[in-house]
Design a protein around this ligand. Structure first.
Ligand SMILES: Cc1ncc(COP(=O)(O)O)c(C=O)c1O
Length: 374
């Protein structure tokens, strides 16, 4: 067989990996909606960690108004959003990148490491997107177990860093375990890790964490050329369906990611950008969501205590619980009643994940569980 030149090899391997990606993505979607009587409106959608109160009305208005400019590319709108975010986070505008959900940013980072045949070090379980894209494009993945409390084991991670480590992925708070590491410990870890290793901190749920925004590591970016922070508007801001997120890092990293960005940084359209601008200004909505989430978590904790089901105290908008009493059969029965929760095979071994819904939805969930719990 004729040897492939580097370019042909790259083209073929990317085609092959996109085929695998397509099939695994389809599976995930099937798992979410397949076989439901009413997939558009299942009774309880507690499987995607969405914001049950969103989108904010202010964002809906802004999106509607933005549509009259749908004939234009979003370049100026994206620049305006960057300006706003740069002010908020005290970074320069060229230290930001706007993407179609943080998924796009995580996939770019995964490919960035994979295409140079690097190694990704990650706590496990954790959010799989960066890892999946890294692996598919050639990275080696090294997984480090959480500690006995279900929290990222920073000491074990530090010890696992080797000359081969290219990137450390730290989802904080972590999905699916729902726990967070102490802010001070995370800062110390970032500062002590070798400066030649990229550190990606995914802060998708930071607003729900104990310290909220104050617990973010964004402020380290000024002094840390190896830090990338991922953010999303899909969770506390209530805009999951619009697909918008962003990354923060020093200019050299942002430039490297931008060079591989399929959309030349125009992947977020005018509607998501307008929604994000409005949501950023709607602190009343954000505070309401955070308070409602705390209440929802509490309701769930009380039921888990009553049922004798072990769980992690959550720093997010979902709760990770032991599946001993939630056998596959129970989850399937709930699903039949259109009550959706998560159980990702190969990731949530021995556990289930329940997103926090509205207060009344949590009571509906509890009622449904009590019919089936073994
Ligand atoms: C930890 C984490 N990061 C990133 C994402 C992706 O979010 P999105 O692509 O909607 O911005 C999710 C989604 O659930 C997540 O849980």
């Amino acid at each position: 067989m004729r040897a492939l030149n580097r370019r042909q090899w790259l083209q073929r391997s990317l085609l092959a990996s996109s085929a695998v990606l397509l099939s695994s993505h389809t599976n995930l979607l099937n798992q979410a909606v397949g076989e439901l009587k009413n997939p558009d409106h299942p009774l309880l959608r507690l499987n995607w960690n969405e914001n049950p109160l969103g989108p904010p009305k202010s964002a809906v208005r802004a999106v509607t108004e933005a549509l009259v400019e749908a004939n234009r590319y979003p370049d100026f709108k994206i620049a305006a959003l960057k300006k706003k975010l740069a002010q908020r986070h005290q970074v320069n505008e060229d230290e930001l990148m706007i993407t179609a959900g943080s998924t796009e940013l995580l996939s770019l980072l995964g490919q960035h490491v994979g295409l140079q045949k690097g190694e990704i070090l990650t706590p496990w379980p954790s959010f799989p997107t960066l890892i999946r894209f890294g692996e598919l494009s050639g990275a080696t993945i090294k997984k480090i177990d959480l500690n006995s409390q279900g929290v990222i084991d920073l000491e074990a991670l530090m010890q696992a860093i080797s000359q081969n480590t290219t990137l450390i992925f730290l989802c904080n708070p972590n999905n699916p375990p729902s726990t967070e590491v102490r802010h001070e410990d995370l800062v110390e870890f970032c500062k002590m890790a070798p400066s030649g290793v990229l550190i990606c901190v995914d802060e998708a749920y930071i607003q729900y964490s104990e310290k909220g925004e104050a617990g973010s590591v964004v402020k380290l970016i000024r002094d840390m050329p190896n830090l990338v922070v991922c953010r999303t508007f899909s969770k506390a801001y209530g805009l999951a369906g619009l697909r918008i997120g962003y990354g923060l890092s020093q200019k050299a990293n942002i430039d490297a990611l931008r060079s591989r960005h399929l959309g030349f940084e125009l992947s977020a359209g005018i509607a998501p950008v307008a929604g994000a601008m409005a949501a950023l200004d709607d602190s009343e909505f954000l505070q309401k969501c955070i308070a409602a989430n705390q209440k929802g978590r509490q309701i769930l904790y009380e039921s888990f205590d009553k049922w004798g089901v072990g769980y992690n105290r959550s720093a997010t908008n979902f709760v990770y619980a032991k599946s001993d009493r939630f056998h596959q059969e129970v989850v399937a029965k709930l699903r039949k009643e259109e009550v959706l929760i998560s159980q990702w095979p190969g990731i949530m071994t021995g556990h289930i994940r329940i997103s926090i819904g509205k207060e009344q939805e949590m009571h509906q969930f509890i009622e449904a569980v009590e019919k089936h719990l073994i």
